[in-house]
Design a protein around this ligand. Structure first.
Ligand SMILES: NC(=O)c1ccc[n+]([C@@H]2O[C@H](COP(=O)([O-])OP(=O)(O)OC[C@H]3O[C@@H](n4cnc5c(N)ncnc54)[C@H](OP(=O)(O)O)[C@@H]3O)[C@@H](O)[C@H]2O)c1
Length: 333
């Protein structure tokens, strides 16, 4: 049995109910059962990780725990013919980092079904810059286009545009030929969002209709929403006929109060995004597009790279709505 000692970023619940984060030494023998042992090269920070680090039991039921829903690395041991030692692989979604020890560690062990080969044409680092955020934005556009969305219909609004999913959505939509309206609470990031491909940057109030009218003058042909609440309701009210609004997040609110009028008078579609359980066959198609026709130029420009012991302030900033693009942890390999 492999009994190597490795570093992991653990969070545990103190006797006072407060959650404390520490880098600790763990033994590979203590990792969960699984088919594939992977040495992590890069892990990426997502909002779900920030929730897990802060003790949110809707994400992680039991502590101590190692968060980290996104990791890329090299297979060390494999009990399945699907992968072999030395393969470069990606693991996101399913239960990784939620109630299964996650990727803010030098090693993970996971079921074979969770392992995806690094998409052809992408480096390990680029794959992790995309990670769950890029996959989710990609699933959003994939589902919108399955419903007939096209650039000629008009602009697409991205809410929470400065964050992980938001910045990816801005870049991917622009690369796919759409005019993007980026909605943000950070006027100081206008240039950052324009460099990613946003045609227009608006304050988040632009997508926050306070009136009680059921429909607004249509100003956009669709949206990718990471925010929820009245922002999502406004996206639906102001969407052009036969447009598509994809919902993935709840940083503002998990509630949605709407009438049926956007659906029954304008034919607007509300599409749900669940990257964690998105079917593998379709998931691989999205990864292929992310590596090819939707491939983002200059991914480094939207990424902050740190070491495991430098992650703490990024978690706090994310919990306070202060994200900017993607944060990657580079492991010592
Ligand atoms: N369904 C899925 O498969 C899936 C996958 C990934 C993520 N998600 C969800 O998507 C959301 C975003 O995740 P992420 O990793 O991109 O997080 P993130 O990097 O922290 O980005 C969130 C962004 O939302 C905006 N924001 C924060 N607080 C807000 C508030 N009170 N009102 C309005 N906007 C606010 C901010 O952007 P601005 O300052 O630019 O407005 C912030 O940068 C989370 O709810 C996450 O759980 C879901």
């Amino acid at each position: 049995m492999n009994t190597k000692i490795f570093k992991a970023y653990r969070v545990e619940e103190g006797e006072d109910g407060k959650f404390v984060r520490n880098i600790v030494e763990r033994n590979i023998a203590d990792l969960p059962e699984g088919d594939v042992l992977i040495k992590i090269h890069y892990a990426a920070l997502n909002y779900k990780d920030a929730l897990s680090f802060s003790g949110n039991k809707g994400v992680t039921r039991k502590y101590p725990h190692t968060p980290g829903i996104d990791g890329v690395g090299t297979v060390v041991e494999s009990k399945t013919p699907k992968t072999k030692a030395g393969d470069k692989v990606l693991v996101t979604s399913y239960d990784l980092g939620m109630n299964t020890d996650g990727a803010f560690a030098e090693y993970i062990r996971v079921p074979a079904e969770w392992v995806v080969p690094i998409p052809s044409g992408l480096e390990l680092k680029e794959t992790m810059i995309l990670g769950t955020a890029g996959l989710t934005a990609g699933i959003g556009l994939h589902k919108m286009e399955q419903m007939g969305q096209n650039p000629q219909q008009g602009p697409i609004v991205v809410t929470g545009a400065s964050g992980g999913v938001g910045s990816m959505a801005v870049g991917i939509l622009a690369k796919a030929g759409y005019k993007v309206i980026a909605s943000t609470g950070k006027a100081n990031l206008t240039d950052f969002l324009k460099n990613l491909g946003a045609a227009e940057v608006v304050d988040r109030d632009f997508v926050d209709d306070a009136s009680s009218r059921p429909l607004m003058k249509p100003e956009w042909a669709g949206g990718i929403d990471t925010v929820g609440g009245n922002t999502l309701a406004t996206l639906l009210k102001g969407c052009k006929s036969e447009g598509n609004v994809a919902s993935c997040g709840l940083v503002r609110s998990p509630l949605l109060s709407t009438t049926v009028f956007p659906f029954i008078l304008n034919g607007v579609n509300l599409l749900g995004l669940d990257s964690a359980n998105f079917p593998m066959e379709e998931r691989l198609k999205v990864w292929d597009k992310l590596a090819d026709s939707w491939r983002l130029p200059n991914m480094d420009k939207l990424t902050t790279i740190c070491k495991l012991d430098e992650l703490d302030p990024h978690i706090d900033a994310m919990l306070e709505g202060g994200s900017k693009g993607r944060v990657l942890v580079e492991m010592d390999v």
